[in-house]
Write a protein that binds this ligand. Structure first.
Ligand SMILES: [Zn+2]
Length: 257
């Protein structure tokens, strides 16, 4: 009996893919856009903090997620908001979430006498977490693990709503490299860029929560999404990538001014 239970558990969890954020490409696009908008001063300061360009670190935080040294960061990629709740009313994750920890990191990075190794570590975290904070399903419901348990199909293949928004939409819309993506969507003029970076991280977070709520409203379990879904939603993906890129640049320019 015990063996059967174990087998059942293995089978029932085998199909669940726990995605960790924008796929590698999404995070790279965001970092590449941010890189295009660094001030010369910030770029120079960052050279003494990081040995490589921003893009190099874009997905690093996803890759160290299972490393025991960084186990405290496991919940720093998302902030669940259930149906009928807002980020403010939702019970907070005691281990921290993408918003609380991003704010903490920004504050620490503004300390002039922050230890060098911590400064490098927190800068690497920030590059990734600003991306996750703009990833719509990363504010998904706790009840379905941010859409990881919301089953849908993508061009006939079983997947879930979380993965559709982290990777599938982006990968299917264009066969572009992250460089091509960043060059093709980074077209906002100065006035638009200023408007995008205005405001505080809490407002950016709530913008993402609102987008996520609309995604749930328009989604139905077991739907088979394809071209029409891409057509209807790719602009939202592009907007969130662009916002994340500009806002990451603005934060780094402020921290390293
Ligand atoms: Zn992540």
């Amino acid at each position: 009996m015990k063996r059967i239970t174990v087998l059942f558990l293995l089978i029932s969890t085998a199909g669940i893919h726990f995605a960790y954020g924008w796929g590698d490409k999404g995070h790279s696009i965001i970092a590449a856009i941010a890189d295009r908008h660094l001030t010369p001063k910030a770029r120079k300061s960052l050279q003494s903090v990081l040995t490589h360009p921003l893009v190099y670190y874009a997905s690093w935080m996803d890759n160290i997620r299972k490393n025991p040294l960084y186990s405290e960061t496991a919940s720093w990629h998302y902030a669940n908001v259930d149906e009928g709740e807002s980020y403010e009313t939702m019970p907070k994750n005691p281990d921290g979430d993408v918003y609380t920890q991003t704010v903490m990191i920004i504050e620490r990075l503004k300390e002039r006498n922050l230890d060098d190794s911590l400064r490098t570590l927190y800068t690497k975290f920030l590059i990734h977490m600003v991306g996750d904070m703009h990833c719509p399903m990363h504010t998904g419901r706790l009840t379905d693990l941010g859409g990881n348990r919301f089953s849908v199909k993508w061009f006939g293949s079983p997947t879930n709503l979380h993965t559709v928004w982290d990777e599938k939409l982006l990968e299917s819309a264009h066969r572009w490299s992250y460089t091509e993506w960043s060059e093709n969507i980074d077209v906002a003029d100065e006035k638009e860029r200023v408007a995008i970076v205005a405001g505080i991280p809490q407002a950016w977070m709530n913008q993402c929560v609102d987008i996520c709520k609309k995604i749930y409203l328009n989604a139905e379990e077991n739907s088979d999404y394809s071209y029409e879904y891409i057509h209807e939603n790719i602009e939202i993906v592009e907007t969130q990538l662009l916002r994340a890129g500009y806002r990451l640049a603005a934060l780094l320019n402020e921290i390293y001014q």
